[in-house]
Design a protein around this ligand. Structure first.
Ligand code: ADP
Ligand code: MG
Length: 341
């Protein structure tokens, strides 16, 4: 028997294989594996959206610094973000937890406080889940269900040449926030009497611990009557996400470094850590902002939006995916993403 290491395929290679071998029996499955959420027929006009994400202690979070309330909030937000990335409205979630006897009722209460707060903010209902025991760490798995008008769904594969590439908010902060938390953890392990030094870094630490799903932007785009031609949320990093859009849409892209939105504090803190801010911005991940493309004629509708930045344009496929640096050099964008295995 041959043995193939999962690291040979990587996360995306493995998903691609599962996707290619999946078989669809039902006409109601409008879109299966491969986008931010699956699309399921509801009626003539509308579809259901379904997405699921799992967070594992020691892999996706560290309870030494992630407060349980924030963790509950984040677990909901990352799912809502995938519904937003389809241009949909989330409505229900189910929450499954695996708990060890390390957790008390008070700890579970804290986790659910965060889940309830997110439900309130994103206007979703907790409608079910599962509770099991775990031998080691905490696992939280959430499924979100939403709805969208079929005509208004933004898939990853709809970008067309000359479309404008936009992103919400700023990028790279969540990754730098994680570097700060890791640094403080090491300092704490060396000297348990120390107090964490987060002075002035609250914004980027919060971006890591308690990200928001950009439902605000989804509602605003709807009011402005702008339907993104393609959309994805930034969970793995801008580089990885733009590659997904370009691959699925069979197009290329040109990004302008000088337009990429980075917060000043993120920039300065990256330098403190001797990290290249551009690399953090492109490959950091976990920002949960929205990356989308719009028709050029829609640009005038959003150009004054304070939280949407135009970062480039969609090109022919044979152009590839390139970034023009501030110095005027062109280099190809490489999707680093996360090494999952
Ligand atoms: P996202 O980052 O938006 O959550 P992922 O990269 O996790 O998306 O997944 C990409 C696509 O692959 C999604 O459609 C997801 O539902 C699907 N997918 C991921 N893992 C599996 C799996 N083990 N089995 C079937 N589909 C999967
Ligand atoms: Mg996503």
């Amino acid at each position: 028997m041959n043995r193939t290491e999962l690291s040979q395929l990587g996360e995306f290679g493995l998903i691609e294989k599962i996707k290619n071998e999946a078989f669809q029996n039902n006409k109601t499955t409008l879109k299966g594996i491969g986008d931010d959420a699956a699309v399921i027929d509801k009626n003539d006009k509308e579809a259901f959206l379904v997405t699921t994400d799992m967070l594992i202690e020691g892999v996706h979070f560290d309870l030494t610094y992630a407060p349980l309330k924030h963790l509950g909030y984040k677990a909901v937000a990352v799912n809502v973000s995938d519904i937003a990335a389809m241009n949909g409205i989330p409505q229900q979630i189910t929450v499954s937890v695996a708990l060890s006897n390390r957790f008390s009722l008070e700890a579970v209460d804290e986790l659910y406080k965060g889940i309830r707060l997110a439900c309130e903010n994103f206007k979703v209902d907790l409608v079910g889940g599962d509770t099991v025991s775990s031998r080691s760490g905490l696992i939280i798995s959430i499924t979100a269900i939403g709805t969208a008008h079929k005509q208004e769904i933004s898939y990853r594969n709809g970008a067309k040449k000359d479309d404008i590439i936009c992103v919400t908010g700023d990028l790279g902060a969540a990754y730098i926030g994680l570097q700060i938390l890791e640094r403080e953890k090491q300092a704490y392990l060396a000297d348990p009497n120390m107090q964490p030094e987060l002075g002035g870094k609250e914004y980027i630490v919060e971006r890591q611990l308690k990200p928001e799903a950009r439902m605000d932007v989804i509602h605003e785009l709807r009011e402005l009557k702008v339907i993104p031609t393609a959309m994805i949320d930034v969970s793995d990093g801008l580089a990885s996400e733009i590659m997904h859009i370009c691959k699925q849409s069979a197009v290329g892209a040109e990004l302008l470094e000088e337009n990429l939105p980075i917060d000043n504090l993120t920039y300065e803190t990256a330098r403190e850590f001797n990290l290249d801010p551009l690399t953090c911005l492109l490959n950091g991940g976990e920002d949960y902002e929205l990356l989308f493309t719009i028709r050029p004629e829609d640009m005038s509708k959003i150009k004054n939006h304070p939280d949407i930045t135009r970062i480039g344009r969609v090109m022919d496929k044979n152009y590839g995916v390139n970034i023009i640096t501030k110095a005027g050099n062109t280099f190809p964008v490489k999707a680093q993403g996360w090494v999952a295995f």
